[in-house]
Write a protein that binds this ligand. Structure first.
Ligand SMILES: [Zn+2]
Length: 425
């Protein structure tokens, strides 16, 4: 018997509440009010459990338990990305089918948010008096750039240690830096290209592109997350190549010429001369995420994920030098610093033990190009769970789901870790 098992007593309540939360269509990109409603809903749930709660400007908040100087936290978000078309179940409700739980947010990240709250309740119900305060921090804007946590930490204290169940098991202590760049052109002399559109988000590989020169062109590709562009096929890069073969670069304008010649379908930044890698976090990646060209605008966006040891000012400088001959303007659209937490931190040890207690296996330490709340924690927190290897969760895709047994395995690990927060001297 280990403490984490106690979460299984709340199985039915967790699933019932999760269904209610999933039914709030909290798509932060298009409906901030609903995202705020989801936050309000979970905070009032926490209040009804007897916790002190706080709502910070409708974008983030927390439930707190215990007393003391120190503070440990679990961070989860209640906003989601749009459902998209083609689900085999109703996206905005919880469906159990063939031993799996389906619904938008079940994995990312409403399931883990409800679970963390019930873990806090389990500590309280079992009369645990923690050696420090423990918070579950909820955000409503994770999917739109994480400004929610920026706002939260402007007025709230930074935890001494924390984890966010918003990735995969084991422990992610390394997140690449995210540098999103806008490249624009104001000089389109001699350009016969009338229109070019590709991509709807900077952080995704465009799966389709269309253009008009003297007739219509379309190209198809395969979508992938912006942190793994090598797994996709970039429709925009394909279309530029097709048009250049037919019309030649000068008739496509400076921007397309730059994109075609200096990037093409490369995802490692080789021709841009920014390719690099390190042992901790792997290779730099470049994704050409979005292009909009018409009579009014001419700009493109790159999503660059750089290794933790790389210097982003050098990367930016290099791209500026490469773009200069094409008379293009280069600006930073969004930048998130990399995360690197030492494996020697007591937090890492605690999480490793929790994982082993529940699964009997060693937690692997890994690195990602993705971004989680961990990077807002000034190297005091990591991503930890909830997805297990081999369980296809379809995050950000149709049929987001998780094996039910795994879901409650995650719940036990989460409670075991929070119990560790409470007991740690
Ligand atoms: Zn997430």
């Amino acid at each position: 018997m280990f403490f984490g098992e106690k979460i299984l007593e709340y199985k039915e309540e967790i699933l019932k509440d999760l269904d209610e939360l999933i039914r709030i269509k909290s798509v932060s990109a298009s409906d901030k009010e609903s995202a705020s409603d989801a936050l309000k809903w979970i905070l009032s749930k926490a209040e009804s459990m007897g916790f002190v709660t706080k709502n910070i400007q409708g974008v983030a908040g927390h439930a707190e338990y215990g007393e003391g100087e120190g503070l440990a936290a679990v961070l989860a978000h209640v906003d989601v990305v749009p459902a998209g078309e083609g689900w085999s179940t109703e996206p905005y409700e919880l469906t159990e089918k063939d031993g799996r739980l389906y619904g938008r947010g079940i994995v990312d990240d409403k399931g883990p948010a409800i679970v963390a709250l019930y873990c806090l309740k389990a500590l309280k119900d079992n009369g645990i008096v923690p050696n420090r305060r423990i918070r579950v921090i909820f955000g409503a804007g994770e999917e739109i750039g994480m400004n929610d946590m920026e706002t939260y930490f402007e007025s709230e204290e930074m935890p001494d240690m924390a984890f966010t169940p918003d990735s995969e098991y084991g422990i992610c202590n390394c997140e690449k830096g995210i540098l999103q760049i806008e490249i624009s052109s104001e000089n389109n002399e001699g350009m016969y290209l009338k229109r070019f559109h590709a991509g709807s988000a900077v952080n995704a590989v465009p799966s389709s592109a269309d253009a008009f020169v003297d007739r219509e062109f379309n190209a198809a590709g395969r979508a992938s997350h912006g942190s793994t562009p090598e797994l996709g096929v970039n429709a925009a890069a394909n279309l530029i190549k097709t048009l250049a073969d037919i019309y030649g670069y000068p008739s496509l304008g400076n921007l397309c010429e730059f994109l075609g010649k200096e990037i093409g379908s490369e995802t490692d930044g080789k021709t841009l001369e920014i390719a690099c890698e390190d042992e901790q976090s792997g290779k730099l990646t470049v994704n050409l995420g979005k292009i909009d060209i018409d009579e009014n605008i001419s700009h493109a966006f790159l999503d660059i994920r750089y290794p933790v040891t790389a210097d982003f000012t050098e990367i930016l400088k290099k791209i500026g030098e490469k773009a200069a001959p094409y008379l293009l303007k280069v600006g930073v659209y969004n930048h998130e610093m990399p995360l690197q937490v030492s494996e020697d931190m007591p937090l890492i040890d605690l999480l490793k033990k929790s994982y082993k207690t529940v699964t009997g296996e060693e937690a692997k330490i890994y690195s990602t190009g993705g971004g989680t709340y961990a990077r807002t924690l000034r190297n005091r927190g990591v991503a930890f769970g909830p997805v297990f290897e081999g369980d296809t969760s379809n995050i950000h895709d149709v049929d987001e789901s998780m094996n039910k047994e795994n879901f409650f395995r995650h719940a036990q690990i989460c409670l075991e870790a929070m119990y560790g927060f409470a007991e740690m001297k």
